[in-house]
Design a protein around this ligand. Structure first.
Ligand SMILES: NC(=O)c1ccc[n+]([C@@H]2O[C@H](COP(=O)([O-])OP(=O)(O)OC[C@H]3O[C@@H](n4cnc5c(N)ncnc54)[C@H](O)[C@@H]3O)[C@@H](O)[C@H]2O)c1
Ligand SMILES: [Zn+2]
Ligand SMILES: [Zn+2]
Length: 368
């Protein structure tokens, strides 16, 4: 079939929306009609050429939600008509990591996915017979995409897809960092650095876990206001003395749990230093620039602080994304404030501009 898609033709250039051929799903794959897709930093990071593992031409996009149209042979967990959230972090349920509670990093299709190919080593997108590569195993800046069954989370039909798409990346990452990676305990004190999609999700996750006190730190008053809406009890404008301010707010000790959601290695260090001696846990969500390193004074670790990293919030996508969506539908998570702009696929580059200008939390492409 012919589909319109936003193609990264050349690094540093705007995406080009054009018509491509999309082949039918093969065994273990599904054809998905996209209904909505968020525009995320990782798309821009790759489009800009900053990502050393990037490749072109490729169809970008990874924060998608849509409807299954057709399935290939052997697909048992999905059927046409199912509503799905796309997973750049799949869950095969069989590999060593999927069978272990400690991680969500499925090993099943990692190598091919990293090369922009589907698990059989080929692409479904092409133009004039030339293959066009997939991105993050998702390629959701397209009217339709073909994805592995293990990378699609089936969600409740009642969930509006124009917001459900946020669970495909940023929102689940933040929620999961608090709920899975840190496993915040009721009554605890938390600090979240960054009030973008990921940080606001972490604030909501801390609240759902029953945290007593949630301090959110950002550079933008407007975003701190959104953090209060998600359950932050205290807010701070970030700066060089943030650690001192947090120590002051917490009786000199620091917080039980800290979360970094900025991508800035200096803020990561602040997150480590504002974690409590004895048991404070700093969870790093941000993606640092190429070659950057995190500076930690070992004494902070010897005196009981720990550092954890979190990819996609430790969320095992096929099992847990539907559960998070249920909590949203039950009124426990307020997703509406995160959708700041609705765009058409043709406006995808505008989504990047809005993101660079920090205008709103998420632009969502509406395919309907
Ligand atoms: N680990 C994962 O699986 C995963 C998934 C998605 C995104 N990410 C990463 O998470 C990070 C956050 O993503 P996002 O979409 O929320 O980004 P965002 O740009 O919308 O939000 C980042 C926020 O950090 C704030 N900030 C910047 N410098 C600060 C400082 N010194 N002190 C306090 N706040 C500061 C900014 O004002 C902004 O509000 C990015 O690095 C992104 O690449 C990671
Ligand atoms: Zn993302
Ligand atoms: Zn697996």
């Amino acid at each position: 079939m012919r589909v319109r898609a936003a193609v990264l033709e050349e690094f540093g250039q705007p995406l080009a929306v054009s018509e491509l051929e999309l082949a039918e799903p093969k065994a273990g794959e599904a054809l998905v009609r996209l209904v909505a897709c968020g525009v995320c930093h990782t798309d821009l990071y790759t489009a800009s050429g900053a990502d050393p593992s990037g490749y072109a031409p490729a169809v970008l996009g990874h924060e998608g939600a849509g409807v299954v149209e057709r399935v290939g042979g052997g697909v048992t967990s999905l059927a046409p008509g199912d509503h799905v959230v796309t997973l750049f972090s799949p869950q095969c349920r069989e590999c060593e990591h999927c069978r272990d509670e400690r991680t969500n990093l499925c090993l099943a299709i990692r190598d091919q996915q990293g090369r922009g190919l589907l698990p059989d080593g080929t692409t479904r997108f092409s133009r004039d017979g030339e293959p066009i590569r997939h991105f993050m195993g998702t390629s959701t800046f397209a009217e339709y995409t073909v994805m592995p069954e293990i990378a699609l989370a089936k969600i409740a039909r009642e969930a509006p897809l124009d917001r459900a798409c946020l669970f495909a990346c940023g929102l689940s990452t933040g929620l999961g960092a608090a709920m899975n990676t840190a496993n915040v305990q009721p009554g605890s004190t938390c600090v979240v650095f960054g009030a973008g999609m990921v940080g606001l999700g972490a604030v909501a996750g801390c609240r759902l876990q029953g945290a007593d006190r949630i301090v959110c730190v950002d550079l933008s008053e407007e975003r701190l206001e959104l953090a209060r809406g998600q359950g932050a009890t205290d807010t701070l404008l970030g700066g060089a003395d943030t650690v001192e301010q947090i120590l002051e707010l917490t009786g000199g000790f620091g917080a039980d749990y800290t979360f970094e959601a900025t991508g800035n290695v200096h803020v990561m260090r602040q997150a480590v230093e504002s974690a409590r001696m004895g048991w404070g846990l700093a969870t790093v969500c941000g993606v640092a620039g190429k070659g950057e390193t995190l500076d930690v004074i070992p004494r902070f670790l010897i005196t009981g602080r720990r550092v954890a990293g979190s990819s996609f919030g430790g969320v095992k996508g096929r099992d847990q994304v539907p559960e998070l969506v249920e909590r949203w539908l039950a009124g426990e998570i307020d997703v509406d404030p995160f959708v700041s702009h609705k765009l058409t696929l043709d406006d995808v580059n505008r989504g990047f501009e809005l993101m660079e200008a920090q205008d709103g939390i998420r632009s969502v492409i509406d395919f309907s």
